[in-house]
Design a protein around this ligand. Sequence first.
Ligand code: NAP
Length: 246
Amino acid sequence: MNLNKTAVITGASGGIGSSIAKRMNILGYNLVLNYNSNSESLKALVETFENEEVETRIFQADISKFDEAEALMKDAINNFGTIDVLVNNAGITRDKILTMMSADDFNDVININLSGTFNCIKHVCKKMIKQKSGRIINISSVIGLIGNIGQVNYAASKAGIIGMTKSTAKELARKKITCNAIAPGFIQTKMTDAMTDDAKQEIVKNIPLKRLGNPEDIADLVEFLASEKASYITGQVISVDGGLHM
Ligand code: NAP
Protein backbone atom coordinates (compact mmCIF):
# COMPACT_ATOMS: atom_id res chain seq x y z
CA MET A 1 0.00 0.00 0.00
CA ASN A 2 1.42 3.41 -1.01
CA LEU A 3 -0.77 6.50 -0.64
CA ASN A 4 1.78 8.67 -2.45
CA LYS A 5 1.66 11.05 0.48
CA THR A 6 4.42 12.30 2.75
CA ALA A 7 4.26 12.76 6.49
CA VAL A 8 6.90 14.42 8.67
CA ILE A 9 6.85 13.39 12.33
CA THR A 10 9.02 15.19 14.88
CA GLY A 11 10.27 13.33 17.93
CA ALA A 12 9.67 10.00 16.20
CA SER A 13 12.30 8.32 18.41
CA GLY A 14 10.08 8.71 21.50
CA GLY A 15 7.12 6.69 22.79
CA ILE A 16 4.20 8.47 21.14
CA GLY A 17 6.16 9.47 18.03
CA SER A 18 7.24 5.85 17.41
CA SER A 19 3.68 4.65 17.60
CA ILE A 20 2.49 7.36 15.18
CA ALA A 21 5.36 6.52 12.80
CA LYS A 22 4.55 2.82 12.84
CA ARG A 23 0.89 3.54 12.12
CA MET A 24 1.63 5.95 9.26
CA ASN A 25 3.93 3.33 7.70
CA ILE A 26 1.16 0.72 7.79
CA LEU A 27 -1.26 3.25 6.27
CA GLY A 28 1.09 3.84 3.32
CA TYR A 29 2.74 7.22 3.92
CA ASN A 30 6.30 8.00 2.85
CA LEU A 31 7.91 9.25 6.04
CA VAL A 32 10.54 11.65 7.22
CA LEU A 33 11.12 10.74 10.85
CA ASN A 34 12.91 13.26 13.01
CA TYR A 35 14.94 12.63 16.14
CA ASN A 36 17.25 14.82 18.18
CA SER A 37 19.65 12.55 20.08
CA ASN A 38 18.32 9.00 20.00
CA SER A 39 19.17 7.63 16.55
CA GLU A 40 19.43 4.04 17.84
CA SER A 41 15.76 3.83 18.90
CA LEU A 42 14.61 5.26 15.62
CA LYS A 43 16.77 2.95 13.49
CA ALA A 44 15.50 -0.03 15.48
CA LEU A 45 11.91 1.15 15.00
CA VAL A 46 12.27 1.51 11.24
CA GLU A 47 13.60 -2.05 11.06
CA THR A 48 10.26 -3.26 12.43
CA PHE A 49 8.23 -1.48 9.72
CA GLU A 50 6.05 -3.93 7.82
CA ASN A 51 5.07 -1.86 4.78
CA GLU A 52 7.98 -1.97 2.34
CA GLU A 53 6.13 -0.25 -0.51
CA VAL A 54 6.80 3.17 1.03
CA GLU A 55 10.05 4.97 1.77
CA THR A 56 11.24 6.11 5.19
CA ARG A 57 13.94 8.68 5.86
CA ILE A 58 15.50 9.44 9.24
CA PHE A 59 16.57 13.03 9.86
CA GLN A 60 18.40 14.48 12.86
CA ALA A 61 17.34 18.01 13.79
CA ASP A 62 16.94 20.01 16.95
CA ILE A 63 13.60 21.56 16.09
CA SER A 64 14.12 24.39 18.57
CA LYS A 65 16.67 25.71 16.06
CA PHE A 66 14.96 27.62 13.24
CA ASP A 67 17.51 26.53 10.60
CA GLU A 68 17.44 22.87 11.63
CA ALA A 69 13.64 22.78 11.36
CA GLU A 70 14.00 24.30 7.88
CA ALA A 71 16.54 21.62 6.90
CA LEU A 72 14.12 18.91 8.08
CA MET A 73 11.30 20.21 5.87
CA LYS A 74 13.66 20.72 2.92
CA ASP A 75 14.75 17.10 3.21
CA ALA A 76 11.13 15.99 2.90
CA ILE A 77 10.36 18.33 0.00
CA ASN A 78 13.56 17.52 -1.91
CA ASN A 79 13.08 13.78 -1.58
CA PHE A 80 9.32 13.37 -1.85
CA GLY A 81 8.07 16.59 -3.51
CA THR A 82 5.21 17.21 -1.06
CA ILE A 83 4.50 17.37 2.65
CA ASP A 84 0.94 16.26 3.20
CA VAL A 85 1.00 15.76 6.96
CA LEU A 86 3.11 17.38 9.66
CA VAL A 87 2.90 15.92 13.16
CA ASN A 88 4.50 18.25 15.71
CA ASN A 89 5.15 15.71 18.43
CA ALA A 90 8.64 16.48 19.82
CA GLY A 91 8.53 17.69 23.40
CA ILE A 92 10.28 17.65 26.75
CA THR A 93 9.53 18.22 30.42
CA ARG A 94 11.73 19.92 33.04
CA ASP A 95 9.44 19.64 36.06
CA LYS A 96 10.12 21.72 39.16
CA ILE A 97 7.99 23.74 41.51
CA LEU A 98 7.98 27.43 40.70
CA THR A 99 10.34 28.44 43.50
CA MET A 100 12.98 25.98 42.22
CA MET A 101 12.44 26.49 38.47
CA SER A 102 15.33 28.29 36.78
CA ALA A 103 15.08 30.55 33.75
CA ASP A 104 16.82 27.78 31.77
CA ASP A 105 14.23 25.21 32.90
CA PHE A 106 11.50 27.53 31.64
CA ASN A 107 13.19 28.61 28.42
CA ASP A 108 14.35 25.12 27.38
CA VAL A 109 10.79 23.81 27.52
CA ILE A 110 9.34 26.81 25.70
CA ASN A 111 12.08 26.69 23.06
CA ILE A 112 11.55 23.02 22.21
CA ASN A 113 7.83 22.54 22.77
CA LEU A 114 6.45 25.87 21.60
CA SER A 115 9.10 27.57 19.40
CA GLY A 116 9.93 24.16 17.91
CA THR A 117 6.30 23.74 16.85
CA PHE A 118 6.33 27.25 15.36
CA ASN A 119 9.60 26.56 13.51
CA CYS A 120 8.18 23.44 11.88
CA ILE A 121 4.85 25.03 10.94
CA LYS A 122 6.69 28.07 9.57
CA HIS A 123 8.85 25.95 7.27
CA VAL A 124 6.05 23.71 6.07
CA CYS A 125 3.29 26.25 5.49
CA LYS A 126 4.60 27.80 2.25
CA LYS A 127 4.74 24.36 0.66
CA MET A 128 1.26 23.44 1.90
CA ILE A 129 -0.12 26.81 0.70
CA LYS A 130 1.30 26.10 -2.77
CA GLN A 131 -0.19 22.59 -2.70
CA LYS A 132 -3.52 23.99 -1.43
CA SER A 133 -3.67 21.04 0.94
CA GLY A 134 -2.12 19.82 4.14
CA ARG A 135 -2.73 18.55 7.65
CA ILE A 136 -0.93 19.96 10.65
CA ILE A 137 -1.38 17.97 13.85
CA ASN A 138 0.12 19.42 17.03
CA ILE A 139 0.61 17.33 20.15
CA SER A 140 -0.41 19.50 23.10
CA SER A 141 -1.32 18.03 26.51
CA VAL A 142 -4.07 17.87 29.11
CA ILE A 143 -1.66 19.93 31.21
CA GLY A 144 -2.05 22.80 28.73
CA LEU A 145 -5.78 22.74 29.51
CA ILE A 146 -5.79 22.28 33.28
CA GLY A 147 -2.26 23.16 34.53
CA ASN A 148 -0.24 21.12 37.00
CA ILE A 149 1.96 21.59 40.05
CA GLY A 150 5.61 21.55 38.98
CA GLN A 151 4.83 22.16 35.31
CA VAL A 152 4.50 25.93 34.90
CA ASN A 153 6.93 25.76 31.96
CA TYR A 154 5.33 22.71 30.34
CA ALA A 155 1.74 23.94 30.85
CA ALA A 156 2.64 27.32 29.31
CA SER A 157 4.22 25.61 26.29
CA LYS A 158 1.27 23.29 25.74
CA ALA A 159 -1.34 26.04 26.24
CA GLY A 160 0.70 28.10 23.75
CA ILE A 161 0.41 25.28 21.23
CA ILE A 162 -3.37 25.46 21.57
CA GLY A 163 -3.41 29.18 20.72
CA MET A 164 -0.97 28.57 17.87
CA THR A 165 -3.19 25.77 16.54
CA LYS A 166 -6.30 27.94 16.43
CA SER A 167 -4.53 30.91 14.81
CA THR A 168 -2.84 28.65 12.25
CA ALA A 169 -6.18 26.99 11.50
CA LYS A 170 -7.81 30.38 10.88
CA GLU A 171 -4.96 31.64 8.69
CA LEU A 172 -4.61 28.56 6.53
CA ALA A 173 -8.22 27.35 6.21
CA ARG A 174 -8.76 29.18 2.92
CA LYS A 175 -5.89 27.18 1.45
CA LYS A 176 -7.60 23.94 2.52
CA ILE A 177 -5.00 23.26 5.20
CA THR A 178 -6.30 22.03 8.53
CA CYS A 179 -4.55 22.42 11.87
CA ASN A 180 -5.68 20.59 14.99
CA ALA A 181 -4.25 19.80 18.40
CA ILE A 182 -4.37 16.56 20.32
CA ALA A 183 -4.33 16.86 24.10
CA PRO A 184 -3.17 13.51 25.50
CA GLY A 185 -3.69 12.70 29.14
CA PHE A 186 -1.18 10.44 30.89
CA ILE A 187 0.28 8.09 28.29
CA GLN A 188 2.68 5.25 29.09
CA THR A 189 6.05 6.36 27.66
CA LYS A 190 9.51 7.35 28.90
CA MET A 191 7.99 10.70 29.87
CA THR A 192 5.63 9.08 32.40
CA ASP A 193 8.09 6.29 33.37
CA ALA A 194 9.78 8.92 35.52
CA MET A 195 6.73 8.86 37.84
CA THR A 196 6.58 6.45 40.81
CA ASP A 197 4.01 3.63 40.79
CA ASP A 198 2.22 5.35 43.69
CA ALA A 199 1.96 8.58 41.70
CA LYS A 200 0.60 6.66 38.70
CA GLN A 201 -2.00 4.90 40.86
CA GLU A 202 -3.08 8.26 42.28
CA ILE A 203 -3.55 9.60 38.75
CA VAL A 204 -5.49 6.54 37.60
CA LYS A 205 -7.95 7.11 40.47
CA ASN A 206 -8.89 10.43 38.82
CA ILE A 207 -9.22 9.04 35.29
CA PRO A 208 -12.85 8.05 34.60
CA LEU A 209 -11.76 5.20 32.27
CA LYS A 210 -9.38 3.94 35.02
CA ARG A 211 -6.21 3.40 33.02
CA LEU A 212 -3.25 5.29 31.64
CA GLY A 213 -3.30 5.77 27.88
CA ASN A 214 -1.20 3.87 25.33
CA PRO A 215 0.75 5.56 22.53
CA GLU A 216 -1.59 3.74 20.12
CA ASP A 217 -4.53 5.73 21.54
CA ILE A 218 -2.81 8.84 20.18
CA ALA A 219 -1.85 7.20 16.87
CA ASP A 220 -5.55 6.33 16.35
CA LEU A 221 -6.50 10.02 16.40
CA VAL A 222 -3.53 11.09 14.25
CA GLU A 223 -4.64 8.50 11.69
CA PHE A 224 -8.14 10.00 11.65
CA LEU A 225 -7.05 13.67 11.56
CA ALA A 226 -4.68 12.95 8.68
CA SER A 227 -7.39 11.14 6.70
CA GLU A 228 -10.00 12.42 4.24
CA LYS A 229 -12.64 11.72 6.89
CA ALA A 230 -11.34 14.68 8.92
CA SER A 231 -11.39 17.22 6.07
CA TYR A 232 -14.08 19.38 7.79
CA ILE A 233 -12.33 19.55 11.17
CA THR A 234 -9.93 22.38 11.95
CA GLY A 235 -8.84 24.49 14.90
CA GLN A 236 -9.91 21.85 17.39
CA VAL A 237 -8.28 20.58 20.55
CA ILE A 238 -9.22 16.93 20.99
CA SER A 239 -8.53 15.26 24.31
CA VAL A 240 -7.37 11.63 24.43
CA ASP A 241 -7.20 11.24 28.18
CA GLY A 242 -9.70 8.66 29.41
CA GLY A 243 -12.03 11.49 30.43
CA LEU A 244 -9.56 13.19 32.78
CA HIS A 245 -10.49 16.62 31.43
CA MET A 246 -14.13 17.20 30.54
P1 NAP B 1 9.33 10.84 24.85
O1 NAP B 1 9.20 9.37 24.75
O2 NAP B 1 10.23 11.44 25.89
O3 NAP B 1 9.74 11.41 23.41
C1 NAP B 1 10.05 12.77 23.20
C2 NAP B 1 10.53 12.93 21.78
O4 NAP B 1 10.83 14.32 21.55
C3 NAP B 1 11.81 12.14 21.49
O5 NAP B 1 11.70 11.57 20.22
C4 NAP B 1 12.88 13.22 21.48
O6 NAP B 1 13.97 12.93 20.60
C5 NAP B 1 12.09 14.38 20.91
N1 NAP B 1 12.76 15.64 21.16
C6 NAP B 1 13.08 16.21 22.35
N2 NAP B 1 13.72 17.37 22.14
C7 NAP B 1 13.82 17.53 20.80
C8 NAP B 1 14.39 18.54 19.98
N3 NAP B 1 14.99 19.62 20.48
N4 NAP B 1 14.30 18.38 18.63
C9 NAP B 1 13.71 17.29 18.09
N5 NAP B 1 13.15 16.31 18.84
C10 NAP B 1 13.21 16.43 20.17
O7 NAP B 1 7.91 11.52 25.11
P2 NAP B 1 6.44 11.11 24.65
O8 NAP B 1 5.70 10.73 25.85
O9 NAP B 1 6.48 10.21 23.48
O10 NAP B 1 5.89 12.57 24.21
C11 NAP B 1 5.64 12.94 22.87
C12 NAP B 1 4.80 14.22 22.88
O11 NAP B 1 3.57 13.97 23.56
C13 NAP B 1 5.47 15.38 23.64
O12 NAP B 1 5.20 16.60 22.96
C14 NAP B 1 4.77 15.36 24.99
O13 NAP B 1 4.79 16.63 25.60
C15 NAP B 1 3.37 14.94 24.56
N6 NAP B 1 2.59 14.38 25.66
C16 NAP B 1 2.99 13.24 26.30
C17 NAP B 1 2.21 12.74 27.35
C18 NAP B 1 2.57 11.49 28.08
O14 NAP B 1 1.91 11.19 29.08
N7 NAP B 1 3.57 10.73 27.68
C19 NAP B 1 1.04 13.41 27.72
C20 NAP B 1 0.68 14.56 27.05
C21 NAP B 1 1.44 15.04 26.00
P3 NAP B 1 15.36 12.23 21.08
O15 NAP B 1 14.96 11.21 22.11
O16 NAP B 1 15.91 11.67 19.83
O17 NAP B 1 16.22 13.31 21.65
